[in-house]
Each structure stands twice: as C-alpha cells, then as structure tokens.
Design a binder for this molecule. Sequence first.
Ligand code: ADE
Length: 427
Amino acid sequence: MGETTRGGLLGICRDRGLAEEGRRRIEWAESQMPVLTGIRREWEQQVAKPLAGVRIAACLHVTTETANLMRTLVAGGATVALAASNPLSTQDDVAAALCEVYGIPTFAIRGEDRDSYYQHINRVLDLEPQITLDDGADLINVLHSQRRSLLPGVMGGAEETTTGVNRLRAMAAAGALAYPVVAVNDADTKHLFDNRYGTGQSTIDGILRATNLLLAGTTFVVAGYGWCGRGVASRARGMGANVIVTEVNPVRALEALMDGYRVMPLEEAARIGDIFVTVTANWHVIDAEHFAVMKDGAILANAGHFNVEINLEALAALAVRRRVVRDQVEEFELADGRRIRVLAEGRLVNLAAAEGHPAAVMDMSFANQALVSAWLASRPGLSPGVYAVPEAIDHEVARRKLHSMGVRIDTLRPEQEEYLRAFPAGT
Ligand code: ADE
C-alpha cells in the first residue's frame, strides 16, 4: 500500500508502482473525451481561472475518466482531493497515477472495507472543501452527519447519479440540506446518454467479462425501466436475448411493452429468467420469494448504485453452501440443490466487473461536472436546495460533442423563431 504527501494531504493507493500504467490508460481515455479535454485546454490558457483557489472534494468512481475530470478541475485553478464512491470500482493504477503523476491526493484501494471507505471520505473532507462532487451522495451524507463544522465553508455541490439525487431531494424536503447542490444526473446531456448508452453497454460488458456467457437465446430480466433500464434492455436485445422488463410505474411499464419487451411482475419473471439485472435505485427488489422459484443456474447482477437491490442477506441465509466459481461470480447453493450465481457481490456490475461507462459518454457527464463547478464558484450565496443544470451548460455540452463528432445541425431562420413566438393562425 502506498501513501504519499501532496500539499499537506495524503493520498492512499494500493501500489504506487502502478502509476505509469495508470497514466497510459488515463491518456487513452483522454483521447475519447474531446469535450472535457477542450475545456481543460481552454482553462489552461486562461489567466483568470474559473476555479482559482477553490477547494473541491470529490467522491467519485476512481476510473480513467474521473482522472481526466480531476485534471480539468486542476487546470481551472482548483485544489482537489478524491475518494472512491464504491469500494469495488477503484482502478488501482489510476489511483496511483493521480497521486504520483498528477499530484492529486486520491484515497482509494479496490476492495477496501467499509471502515477504510469512510476513512477515505473523511480524509478528502480534511481539505475543507468549498465545492463537493458526489456519485451517490455519500460524501454529502458524511459532511452533514459527522463533519457539520465544515458546512458553513461549502458554497455548493454537484451530484452525478439518480440514487444520489433521490437522497438529496429527500434531504431538501426534510429541510436537512445545508447548501445548494446541482443535479448533474438530470441534465439531458447526462442521463440520456450516460444512463442509457453508458449503463446499457457497460452492464453487458461487466456480465460478459464476469461470465463469458452467450447472451443470444437467454431470457434476460431487467428490473426497472428508467434510463438505465432502457439502456440495458436495448443492449441485451441487441445481443439476441429475450428481454423481460419488470416495473412498478405503469407509464414506464407501458413504454417497455410498446418498445417490444414482455412485461410481467418479477414474481413471474423469476421463474423463467436466466439472467437478472436490477437497475431500480431501490431496496431488496429481488428477494427471498424470488430466490424460492428461480431456475437452477440463474445469474443475478446489479447495475444500480448501491448493493441493496438484491437481498443478499436473505440469499445467504437460504444457502447451504457458497463458493466462488470464477472471478466475480459467487455461487449460492440452496437446500434443494438449485444454484444461484451472484456477480460482483451485488455491487455495480459495470464498474466492479468491467471498466464502467466508456470514456466517450463520460466525456459529456464530466464536462457537465466541470462547467457546473465553475458555475457554482461564480455564484456564492445560492440558497440550499437541489438545482437543475442551467440549460445553457447542457446545450453547450451537446454543441461541443456534436462539433467533436464533425456533425453540423440547422439553425432557425428569424421568421421561424417569430412563428414559434406568435399564436399561429391555424389551417
Ligand atoms: N460511472 C459509470 N461509469 C463511470 C466511469 N467510467 N467513470 C466514472 N464514473 C462512472
């Protein structure tokens, strides 16, 4: 384990010797992130930096893409520190490179236990941040529960995920949120692409890397038809799986049906599914009554933020034997001989068993994070609450991404703008 000092803050990583490998992979991701890289280069050139002297504490998945966000914030003049937002998602070479090559204090070790996970969040908070960046709201939660003395110094935060935004809205409704937080997840250039195409592709990637299964011809159950569920279902269908969607929201269920999927209660799907993926942001979605009827060999994976969507305690209680049958695949044998296989300990399968979303999609999510950080820094004194990403930022990210892809679009002619503003005459 390596520990390094940078500007008074220590970084903790598994092995500093991995730094060169981390740098190579961070640079590869950079080559797929033209929007974020463009912002970084602009900020590097600017004399009046948008984040000059601003202290930013981040709790994000420690991946090559996140490393490029950290580099961008530093180019904007910020002092940053990073902790992992999940114990199993850290890429150890990236943590090493952040500390050793880029001089960014990073506290993350893949496979860290719960105590270390929270210690690392606390170490990042020792920076006494003015801005917080979260993926799942754990940092905000620690700040509001254990480190309240730091709250007056925080001007704002940003949150990356649906789960985190749900938690923040609950805090705001209870009057417990002490500062303004921007729901980056809800930007169009975030959830329409990252949640849908990012989660869609990387979840399949994680399942395949863990199992090497052939998806064609399998019955593939997707629990939850939000943007992530839509992405997973469409990519599973694209690989030839027979997809069933389960939902609690009638509109989403109807949408899934008209998108061409079978829709039924999980209780029924549990009997026929070969592979199950939870993407609900909810608790114990797959539970004891479902394990009771699953087929021998059923595979369970979670792509939601927290490892609570599959009731693993109930599964463990039912099991007469447990064994790891392959990296990231644990088999639970039940009293009647049926075997249920859980991927990546029920944690985010796309980050634990693969590399998370591809850089090209994180490009937009993290461009939003960078521009939102600058927006917050320019607006001290905002009231506490959950804020939308300003439309100007959302559109700027989309424009830059299109430009990077060499795609041009039309603009309205003045008379068309006028037509839209007027009450049209009709037929
Ligand atoms: N969330 C999902 N995929 C990610 C990635 N590649 N990097 C950071 N956060 C992520």
